[in-house]
Design a protein around this ligand. Sequence first.
Ligand SMILES: Nc1nc2c(ncn2[C@@H]2O[C@H](COP(=O)(O)OP(=O)(O)O)[C@@H](O)[C@H]2O)c(=O)[nH]1
Ligand SMILES: [Mg+2]
Length: 309
Amino acid sequence: MVFSKIRQGLSRTRNRISHALRLLAGDSTTEETLEALEEILYAADVGPLATELLEEVESELRRGNLADPGDMPRWLRQRLLDVAQGPDGVPLPLLNADGPTVVLVVGVNGSGKTTSIAKLIHWLRQQNKSVLVAACDTFRAAAVEQLAIWCDRVGVELIRGAQGADPASVAHDAAAAAKARGVDVLLVDTAGRLHTQKNLMAELEKVSRVTGRQIEGAPHHTVLVLDATTGQNAIQQARRFGESVPLSGVFLTKLDGTAKGGATLSIGHQLGLPVLFIGLGEGPEDLDVFDPETFLDALLQPRAEGAET
Ligand SMILES: Nc1nc2c(ncn2[C@@H]2O[C@H](COP(=O)(O)OP(=O)(O)O)[C@@H](O)[C@H]2O)c(=O)[nH]1
Ligand SMILES: [Mg+2]
């Protein structure tokens, strides 16, 4: 995705931190510097990471480091980069050499699972990969219809059951079809809410297990979709899902429109999970493979003269 789109998506986060960044780059007292840094970190909602970084800076300053104006922005960028690079991610492209790669997509209702699947379809089709989709959110009729519309639009086959069908049986049929047709990727959409949290987790475990009976090693990836606008709340969600199904990484949605873009940086750090993709809009093309360097440049670079974002 073009840099300007990421910049635009992050503009609300960036607007909140740009003033403080200017202070950091100037010649200021220790106290002013720390205040500016604190403002940046809290504004971006990087969570507990803020306290850690502030303590680090204080000790650097005590030792007489970071004294030159200009040192601080460089230091901050480097430290945020270390954090954003996080644990070793799933190597992208995330596909098996032989046989279908099964990607289970999980997350709470409204986090953007179905939209993210449309984006993943678009991204995979651009790489000439064949895709099959399983509608395992059978709990809500509208959920299947929404997915059907996306699939129709791009000419990708959808495996669906009758309304209220057992999601595991849909997963079973879809995995069998993926194998028989030799598709590259099976994307599995799942429910985000059931009568109880316990039911939901049991269902996810079952869906996950069933695909593994059809295709060796499946699901090869379980991607947790998190809404960036929920900030630190997303961390709690991630923990709950992670207790039921092993997670490969995060698809962080709705980074356009939020001032909490910094959560992208802290999520990996707090959960030991890599951010794999970011969502920057409602359209199927609004996906980016998360790249910490590009992301940080988009977040921290001050507005260029004459630029509109
Ligand atoms: N602005 C924005 N909206 C998004 C993004 N991803 C999803 N949405 C919107 O969030 C809402 C819920 O998405 P949906 O895919 O139905 O969530 P699900 O319940 O997890 O399947 C919809 O209105 C989507 O258009 C994103 O990256 N940016
Ligand atoms: Mg959905």
